[in-house]
Ligand binder design. Structure first.
Ligand code: AMP
Ligand code: MG
Length: 420
């Protein structure tokens, strides 16, 4: 009941609210207001931490590197011994990575050293082996060497007691390695977000069997499974639900009782919206929008109890675009992550594009660099929201703003590269 009040009262406060022409940015901002990140956390093995979200700041318990190490294969020397070239030094031993030289190096002496080996006591520089003449157990070294050269200094990567990673940091391969370099085998992360997923449509058939007359394969289930998989949420895959009020109601109530978010595809376009609208009004509070964008016009958002509901359009391209433009960032916030930078830049368009002002368009584009390093982009061809091959061919969106009209060859356009 509380969520019902808050959604409706929020809309009442919006002066120029028009559900039939909702600007992209306004829809995003509206959704943002209702997103409360998960707070429960758990300790997990670093091995399983990819895509998870740090629930606490991480402070370094140690210096990395923990000691001074050689950055080269060569000879560990005392720089004071290199004042009068040619300098003759006696090799008194060897130091390997993981096997230190245990002894003190005195004036006139040096130690054969490998990359990653501890710098022997008494030495302060490493001379690369390519700069040394070896004769028996002595070496000759010329001048031009700097004190401290070729040494990875203690703490130069990370100093002890500094904040290395902040709460909300997503764990990527680099963070997995970084945390391991600090000795962590377990880390504290927010619990996984539980996301229920189902498609609606009596025309849908699962791939793997010959297609029956009048049916199409359910592709949205798979593109959504893929996009959710990249985020590292716990997916509750409910398959396809029939276009029937009782089945839909049962599926929605079941999902709402055990997940954080429900994502559906299909059934929110004009022809079908009415009975779904009625159903969702009975069991929760959901707003239906026509977003001023192409593709992806119909979109429903709301709450069923404490569970968030995203009703995405059925068209295969529209479902991907709306997921990427509205759902992905919302899920990131719910997962406790810090907002991610949207990478967008300008490119010269080498296709002409017909466009009517009035809505944002996400055309599928192929971005490439010309021989001078400048970026050019052309469309993948036909842009209907059912042409899923356009998403596979594309490596970016060409984002045409609301006010934009036709694009001629040579115009500068905004592109959003696909980063995963
Ligand atoms: P709807 O939004 O339910 O009216 O669907 C719009 C269009 O998308 C129709 O042509 C549907 O057949 C198609 N569609 C809906 N759901 C899916 C799906 N899961 N996979 C592939 N196409 C779909
Ligand atoms: Mg349908």
């Amino acid at each position: 009941m509380e969520s019902r009040l808050s959604l409706l009262s929020t809309i009442e406060k919006m002066g120029d609210y028009d559900p039939n022409s909702m600007p992209v940015e306004k829809a995003r901002q509206f959704i943002q207001q209702f997103l409360t990140p998960v707070t429960e956390h758990e300790s997990i093995s670093l091995c399983d931490s990819l895509h998870r979200t740090l629930a606490t700041d991480v402070h370094s318990p140690m210096n990395v590197p923990p000691h001074d190490y050689s950055a080269m294969d060569g000879y560990a020397v005392r720089h004071d011994d290199l004042a009068n070239a040619p300098n003759q030094l006696t090799v008194i031993g060897s130091a390997f990575a993981g096997r230190a030289f245990n002894g003190h190096v005195a004036t006139g002496e040096c130690v054969r050293i490998m990359t990653g080996a501890l710098i022997p006591e008494g030495c302060d520089s490493v001379v690369m082996q390519e700069h040394v003449q070896v004769t028996g157990s002595s070496v000759e070294i010329g001048d031009g060497h700097r004190r401290g050269q070729n040494i990875r200094l203690v703490g130069e990567d990370i100093a002890q007691n500094t904040t290395v990673l902040a709460r909300g940091q997503i764990i990527r391969p680099a963070e997995m390695g970084l945390l391991a370099s600090l000795g962590f085998s377990n880390i504290n992360v927010y619990r996984k977000l539980k996301v229920a997923l189902f498609s609606t449509g009596d025309e849908l058939q699962q791939p793997g069997t010959p297609l029956a007359p009048g049916k199409i394969y359910n592709s949205n289930r798979y593109s959504l499974l893929g996009m959710l998989g990249e985020l590292g949420v716990e997916i509750i895959d409910m398959g396809t639900i029939r276009d029937d009020k009782a089945s839909l109601k049962e599926a929605l109530l079941d999902a709402a009782s055990r997940t954080d978010v429900i994502i559906t595809s299909g059934g929110v376009s004009v022809g079908e919206a009415d009975y779904i609208k009625q159903l969702l009004t009975e069991i929760g509070e959901v707003v239906f929008w026509k977003i001023a964008m192409k593709p992806g016009k119909p979109l429903a958002y709301g709450k069923i109890g404490t569970c968030h509901f995203f009703g995405l359009p059925g068209n295969p391209v529209a479902v991907m675009v709306t997921f990427q433009q509205f759902v992905r960032d919302a899920l990131r916030v719910l997962m406790g992550q810090q907002p991610k930078l949207t990478i967008e830049f300008q490119a010269i368009c080498t296709s002409s594009i017909r466009k009517v002002p009035g809505r944002t368009e996400f055309q599928r584009g192929i971005l490439s660099q010309d021989k001078n390093g400048g970026w050019t982009v052309h469309t993948t061809g036909a842009q209907c929201s059912g042409i899923l091959s356009s998403m596979s061919k594309a490596n970016c969106y060409i984002v045409l703003p609301v006010s934009q009209g036709n694009v001629e060859v040579g115009y500068t356009v905004q592109v959003q590269p696909f980063l995963n």
